[in-house]
Ligand binder design. Structure first.
Ligand code: HEC
Length: 117
């Protein structure tokens, strides 16, 4: 009896922990966008994408079929998907999540309505 109670308690704790960590990974960053000036494509987003994504997401790159991110028009087409993968799920780039400061910029770019300038 005691053992099964302990087992049930452990199971609940581990379910709780795994649900929680899952939730945490997919949360939008808690950043005050008024502290990040000029989170626009040309000023701040393009350099991030050029550095961290275009190596694969370009014509002839290994992720060409998943989306080419070389121009604003290309990136606009995929903006929500880019946000999901790089900001919420942190599944891209595949080598590991972007630094928080860059995730915050992408988040604030979305909050501003994905402006070009
Ligand atoms: C090392 C190569 C590489 C880099 C760098 C890279 N990607 Fe990808 N990306 C891939 C590959 C390969 C796929 C397709 C397989 C997959 O989904 O894992 C993909 C798929 C995607 C998808 C579609 C995922 C889906 O499930 O439909 C998005 C969106 C994406 N990448 C965004 C990005 C963003 C944003 C960056 C930069 C922050 C980035 N990727 C950097 C290789 C890369």
């Amino acid at each position: 009896m005691k053992k099964s109670l302990l087992f049930a308690a452990l199971l609940m704790v581990s379910v709780f922990v795994s649900l929680n960590s899952c939730k945490k990974e997919e949360e939008a960053p808690d950043v005050d966008c008024s502290t990040i000036s000029g989170a626009t494509y040309n000023a701040k987003v393009k350099p991030i994408i050029d550095t961290y994504c275009v190596g694969c997401h370009s014509a002839g790159g290994e992720a060409e079929s998943e989306g080419v991110y070389t121009t604003f028009a290309d990136v606009s087409t995929h903006k929500n998907h880019i946000y999901d993968e790089a900001v919420l799920e942190k599944a891209m780039p595949p080598t590991g999540a972007l630094p928080d400061s860059l995730i915050n910029i992408l988040h604030c770019w979305k909050e501003a309505g994905f402006p070009q300038n």
